[in-house]
Design a protein around this ligand. Sequence first.
Ligand SMILES: Cc1cc2nc3c(=O)[nH]c(=O)nc-3n(C[C@H](O)[C@H](O)[C@H](O)COP(=O)(O)O)c2cc1C
Length: 190
Amino acid sequence: MSDLKVLAISGSLRGASHNTALLRAARDHSPDGVTVELYGGLAAVPHYNGDLDDDHHLPAAALDLRTRVHAADGLLIATPEYNHSVPGVLKNALDWASRPKGASALEHKDIAIIGASTGNFGTARAQLALRQVLAATHSHVLTGPEVLVFTAHQRFDETGTLHDPVTIALLRETLEALRTQILSRRAPVR
Ligand SMILES: Cc1cc2nc3c(=O)[nH]c(=O)nc-3n(C[C@H](O)[C@H](O)[C@H](O)COP(=O)(O)O)c2cc1C
């Protein structure tokens, strides 16, 4: 069987983002049977505008996002925490991905949430906010393991590489749980 494809979306636009670095670590330490691909299009996604949300006006970046979410077997979303919630750029991208309602790319998509913040709570509040948003999309969000990387500025080296074995193991467990959930939802091949 070919590898499951997981699209990894970071909610940060920063070049030195801890969340993007966390996704690189997930990609580099992914378990057998899972290929993680980093989505790099977030900065190009315009503000959601219902006037543009039709076949004639859909912005290319929004179409690309929807196409890539559709094509992925699952999503791994790394959210920063901004003022106890999800960054606007991430919420905006999910708003685009959530349409058309009832037939969107997020419908029945298996999703794992992780996050890194420089604070002491490791994006706990942002992850809860993200769960609330995704509950509206009929996606299937993993309940665990929870990956809450607190004091993130102490966990990556100057190249943005993660060396902490506990966090690396948690990332692998998360992807294994995502793989199990994706496969459990599929009809058995006869
Ligand atoms: C506007 C703004 C609000 C923030 N609010 C929080 C917060 O509520 N809780 C927290 O732990 N960190 C907060 N931070 C700090 C972020 O956790 C930190 O900047 C983190 O590195 C952002 O993620 P990134 O490295 O992936 O860009 C905030 C940062 C910004 C810019």
